[in-house]
Ligand binder design. Structure first.
Ligand code: NDP
Length: 278
């Protein structure tokens, strides 16, 4: 019988996960299909109950369900708890296990791009879900993490929430003179706000407002946004001769990690990347 996988979101039509996972199943000759499910917030509990009844083998979860779904599962792994969000559900027998592959997906993506994580001094811009995943994913390897937000209380709350899960110190600052000081000692800048999404004046203004010149010449700048693939912040970093990493790698590797958890097979990375781009 064909195995069923899917993604819950609202909306969900924009998701590139179906093309990525279906290409991976085809490549490995796995008899399975991955389907987008548009699940309205008030029907989430019904949808999870249906997963149990229908024997769905694995799911991804996207906005707006990543936090709310946690209460509906049999177990949530510690990493997902620290991030406060589940992006993947694995079935183990009758039990539904929630995990988060964003954090490790980012770490894998950076390693693939040749970025050193061990001993890194990381600055994360942004205080929401993506920033939290970045802090947890990189805080397992780095020497130090600073989180910077335009509303300082948001960064402080993020630090308090993730600190117990990290093996390195973490602190916070505003997007002001303190950010310039943090950047001057930074080896890896993670842009995890939504300010570089899309085109036009907003993303240009945001990039121009950042003290990119304060970064050391050997720093790497990674933007988690992937629409567009080369963001204004990456362009500003490249103009200074800094190494840049785009957000597609994180999207790819969070999917690859989910695929590996569901199937026990090594994910066909090149095929999945091509499916995402194509
Ligand atoms: P949210 O919309 O939940 O949060 C956005 C964050 O950006 C908030 O902290 C917000 O601050 C901040 N922000 C927005 N505009 C500005 C600005 N002009 N100046 C300073 N801060 C600003 O987004 P997510 O955390 O879900 O995602 C953030 C980005 O990461 C998006 O581009 C998303 O596409 C990307 N992403 C990429 C993934 C990948 O796999 N590559 C995975 C997940 C996300 P405030 O609260 O003050 O508005």
């Amino acid at each position: 019988m064909k195995a069923l996988y899917g993604i819950f979101g609202f909306p969900v039509a924009h998701s590139r996960s179906p093309q990525m996972h279906n290409a991976a199943f085809a490549e490995l000759g796995i008899d399975a299909v991955y389907v987008p499910f548009e699940v309205a917030p008030e029907r989430l509990a019904d949808a999870v109950a249906a997963v149990r009844v229908l024997g769905v083998r694995g799911l991804n979860v996207t906005l707006p369900h990543k936090a709310e779904v946690m209460a509906l599962l049999d177990e949530v792994e510690p990493g997902a708890r620290a991030i406060g969000a589940v992006n993947t559900i694995a079935r183990e027998g009758e039990r539904l296990i929630g995990l988060n592959t964003d954090a490790e997906g980012l770490a894998r993506s950076l390693r693939e791009a040749g970025t050193a994580l061990e001993g890194a001094r990381v600055v994360v811009l942004g205080g929401s879900g993506a920033a939290r995943a970045a802090a947890v994913g990189l805080g397992a390897h780095a020497q130090h993490v600073t989180v910077a937000t335009r509303r300082p209380e948001q960064a402080a709350a993020l630090c308090a929430a993730v600190e117990p899960a990290l093996t390195c110190p973490i602190d916070s600052c505003g997007m002001d003179a303190a950010l310039e000081r943090a950047l001057s000692g930074c080896t890896l800048l993670i842009q995890a706000t939504s300010a570089t999404l899309g085109e036009g004046e907003g993303p240009e203004r945001f990039a121009a407002s950042l003290p990119i010149d304060a970064l050391p010449g050997d720093a790497t700048v990674c933007d988690l946004g992937y629409k567009p693939l080369e963001t204004t912040v990456m362009r500003a970093a490249a103009a200074r001769g800094l190494a840049t990493v785009d957000g597609l790698g994180m999207l790819l590797h969070q999917g690859a990690l989910a695929f590996e958890r569901w199937t026990g097979e090594a994910a066909p990375i090149a095929v999945m990347r091509q499916a995402l781009i194509g």
